[in-house]
Design a protein around this ligand. Sequence first.
Ligand code: HEC
Length: 116
Amino acid sequence: MRYKLKVLCIFIAITICAVAMNAVAASNDKGSNELGQKVFQANCTACHDKGENTIEPTKTLKSNALKENGFNGVADIKKRVQEGKSVMPVFSDRLKVEEIEAVAAYVWAESQKDWK
Ligand code: HEC
């Protein structure tokens, strides 16, 4: 009986530890996303508010459109932001690399949850 109690205690301790570690990991993720969100609001919402595209309506930042237009991950978005295309400006000379990476990660994460 004693022994079982001990095992149970250890199990509970491990569970609490795992939950706490997850919480820390989640808050770190939020940290990097905050930069991405900030960069997005300052540089992208003029044309891409809520993941839309007010200039080229078929080229939104939603998962379907991204997939159709050959964007399969953060790296593809990063490239578009760095190089621009037609009306979309080149950002490599006005944003830092870490800002471009953060905004690309933000756009990809939002697209996967439909900007909700
Ligand atoms: C002046 C308007 C404008 C701004 C500002 C702008 N974009 Fe764009 N964006 C466009 C246009 C237009 C396209 C379509 C380009 C094409 O393929 O012809 C586009 C396309 C994209 C695509 C590809 C979408 C697809 O489905 O093909 C991504 C990703 C993207 N923009 C991300 C961003 C991010 C991130 C920012 C901010 C750093 C940004 N854009 C700022 C106009 C803009």
